[in-house]
Ligand binder design. Structure first.
Ligand SMILES: NC(=O)C1=CN([C@@H]2O[C@H](COP(=O)(O)OP(=O)(O)OC[C@H]3O[C@@H](n4cnc5c(N)ncnc54)[C@H](O)[C@@H]3O)[C@@H](O)[C@H]2O)[C@@H](O)CC1
Length: 480
C-alpha cells in the first residue's frame, strides 16, 4: 500500500525523528537522496535551481553540491537572497554554483521554491518562474512537492509549477497521489513520484490517503475468508443482486452483470423487466432472474424511472447496497445498511447541489462532504478515483489509463464492487479493490490503446488471478 500523510503529521514525525539525530542530518539525507535521484543529469549539463526561502530550498542547495561534484553545472535563481537557506547557499557557491537573475535557456530545472510549507498559489517572481517552465519546458523535477499546489487538499487553486517528475521525502503527500494536484507532480507512463527514505516511517501516524499496489494481493485473502477455505461453496462466496439496465440502457444490465460475474460472489441474481431478464440470461446463462436472497445489492446502472422503487425495495432487504447512476437521484436521508455510492463528478455535483467544475477542482473535499452527509462510502469516479469513508484513510486508485473513460465502464465497475460486497468486503474495501482491479484490467486488456467496457470485464478474471498470485505487471499507463 502506498501511503500519504498530511503536512502536520509529516512535521510532527520529522520533529520526533530529528530529536534522535545530529543537527542537519535530515536535510543531509534528503539532499543526498535528491542528488542520487538526479543521476540522469550528465556532467557538463546545466541545471537551474529555483530556490525559495525555506528548507525546501535548503535541500536543493545541498543537492547542488553533490551535482557540482559530479561535474554538473548549477545556476541558482534566488526568490529572495535575504531569506535563502544561508548555509546551503554558501555550500553551493563554494562548490561552484553561479547565481543568475532569471531563468534563460537551461534544459534541466529543479523546483525548490516551496515545499510542504507552501501556501497554495504562486505570485510575483515565483509565478513568473512557473510560466517560464510551462513555456520553455526544461525537464523539471519538483523537490518534495510541485510549488504552488495545496499539499493536503490536493488542489491547484492558482499559479503552480507543472513538473515532469517529483522526488519526495519520508512519505508521499496527498498532492502527489490525488487529482488535480497529482497532475502537477509529473506522472510519466507507469511511474509514480519517487520516494526518498529519510527514516520517517516509525514516527508516522496512520495515513491520510492510501493506494493499493500490485503487491497487495494478500488483501484478497485478508478480505474474503472463504478464499482460504477448502470447503467453500457458492453461498459462502455470496450472492449479488443486480438491478440494472432499462429499455433505453439495456447494455448496462449486461455490463453490470459481467462485472459482477468477474468478482468474488458465487452467484449473480438479476432483477429487471421480463424482457431484460431473458436477454441477460441469453448472454449469461449462469445468472438467476427474479427476487430472492442476496448478500448485497447493486442498484442504478443504466436504470430507468423505476430506479427509486428498486432502491427502496433493495433497502428493505437490510443488506449492503451499492447505488450508482440513476439510483443516486433517489438517495434516502441516511442509510441503515453499509452503503457504497459511486457517482462521477457530475452526479456528485447533483447530489451536493453544486456544479461539476467545483467537484473537479476539489474532488477530495466534495467526496468527503458527501461521505459525511450520507454516512456512506463514496467512490468518486475519475482519473484518480477516490474512495472516501468517514473515519478511514481515503483510498485513491492509481491503476488504469485514459482509455478507461469509455461508455459502460462504470457499469462494469459497479457490478464488480457489488460482487465484492456480497462476498464479504465492506464498502471501503470493495470500492477500492474494485477500482484497482478494474483499472488494472483495462491496461492488461490493451496496454496503450482503446478498450471497450466488455473487454475490461473479460480481462477481470485474469487480473484477479494475477493480483492474487502476486504477478500483476503493468497496471497503469498515464502519459502527461
Ligand atoms: N523539516 C524537516 O526536518 C525536513 C524538511 N525537509 C524539507 O523542508 C521542506 C519544508 O520546509 P519549510 O518548512 O521551510 O517550508 P518551505 O520550504 O515550503 O518554505 C516555507 C516558506 O515559504 C513561505 N511561503 C510559502 N508559500 C508561499 C507563497 N505561496 N508565496 C510566498 N511565500 C510563501 C513561507 O512563509 C515560509 O517562509 C520540505 O518540503 C522538505 O523539502 C527535508 O529537508 C527533510 C527534513
Amino acid at each position: 500500500m502506498l501511503r500519504s500523510h498530511r503536512v502536520g503529521d509529516v512535521r510532527a514525525a520529522e520533529a520526533a525523528l530529528a530529536a534522535t539525530l545530529p543537527d542537519g542530518e535530515l536535510m543531509r539525507r534528503a539532499s543526498q537522496g535528491l542528488a542520487d535521484a538526479l543521476g540522469h543529469v550528465a556532467a557538463g549539463e546545466v541545471v537551474l535551481v529555483l530556490v525559495g526561502p525555506g528548507n525546501n530550498g535548503g535541500d536543493a542547495l545541498y543537492a547542488a553540491v553533490h551535482l557540482l561534484g559530479r561535474g554538473v553545472r548549477v545556476d541558482l535563481c534566488l526568490l529572495d537572497p535575504a531569506t535563502v537557506h544561508d548555509d546551503g547557499l554558501a555550500a553551493a557557491l563554494a562548490a561552484g554554483a553561479r547565481v543568475v537573475d532569471e531563468p534563460s535557456d537551461q534544459s534541466h530545472c529543479l523546483d525548490a521554491v516551496f515545499g510542504i510549507g507552501a501556501r497554495p498559489g504562486l505570485t510575483g517572481r515565483a509565478a513568473g518562474w512557473a510560466e517560464w517552465i510551462a513555456r520553455s519546458r526544461p525537464h523539471t523535477i519538483a523537490v518534495d512537492v510541485p510549488s504552488g499546489v495545496d499539499v493536503d487538499g490536493a488542489t491547484v487553486p492558482g499559479a503552480h509549477v507543472r513538473a515532469d517528475a517529483t522526488i519526495t521525502f519520508g512519505t508521499y503527500k496527498n498532492a502527489l497521489l490525488v487529482a488535480p494536484a497529482s497532475g502537477a507532480a509529473g506522472w510519466n507512463g507507469t511511474s509514480i513520484p519517487e520516494l526518498v527514505d529519510i527514516g520517517l516511517g516509525p514516527y508516522l501516524p496512520p495515513p491520510s490517503v492510501e493506494a493499493i499496489e500490485p503487491s497487495d494481493g494478500h488483501l484478497l485473502e485478508d478480505t474474503f475468508d472463504w478464499l482460504r477455505s477448502p470447503t467453500s461453496h457458492k453461498y459462502a462466496r455470496g450472492v449479488v443482486g443486480v438491478a440494472a439496465g432499462s429499455e433505453q440502457y439495456a447494455g448496462a444490465a449486461h455490463l453490470c452483470v459481467a462485472g459482477a460475474q468477474a468478482g468474488m460472489a458465487g452467484m449473480v441474481r438479476f432483477l429487471g423487466t421480463a424482457e431484460l431478464g431473458r436477454r441477460v440470461v441469453d448472454r449469461a446463462p449462469e445468472v438467476v432472474v427474479g427476487r430472492g436472497r442476496v448478500q448485497a445489492w447493486v442498484v442504478g446502472p443504466g436504470g430507468g424511472d423505476d430506479a427509486g422503487d428498486q432502491l427502496a425495495t433493495a433497502l428493505e432487504d437490510g443488506v449492503p447496497v451499492l447505488v450508482d447512476a440513476s439510483g443516486l437521484q433517489h438517495l434516502p436521508e441516511s442509510f441503515d445498511v453499509p452503503a457504497l455510492l459511486t457517482p462521477h463528478a457530475g452526479e456528485l455535483a447533483q447530489m451536493l447541489g453544486t456544479d461539476r467544475d467545483a467537484v473537479e477542482a476539489e474532488p477530495l473535499a466534495h467526496a468527503t462532504r458527501a461521505a459525511q452527509r450520507w454516512g456512506a462510502t463514496v467512490l468518486l469516479k475519475g482519473a484518480r478515483t477516490l474512495v472516501v469513508t468517514p473515519g478511514r484513510a481515503t483510498r485513491v486508485n492509481l491503476t488504469g489509463s485514459p482509455w478507461l473513460g469509455t461508455a459502460g465502464s462504470g457499469d462494469v465497475l459497479s457490478g464488480l464492487a457489488g460482487s465484492l460486497m456480497a462476498a464479504g468486503a465492506d464498502p471501503h474495501d470493495a470500492g477500492s479493490l474494485a477500482a484497482f482491479l478494474h483499472g488494472a484490467a483495462s491496461v492488461r486488456a490493451n496496454l496503450g490503446g482503446p478498450v471497450t467496457a466488455s473487454a475490461v470485464a473479460a480481462a477481470l478474471p485474469g487480473t484477479v488471478a494475477a493480483f492474487h498470485d502476486g504477478v500483476l505487471d503493468v497496471v497503469r499507463d498515464w502519459r502527461s
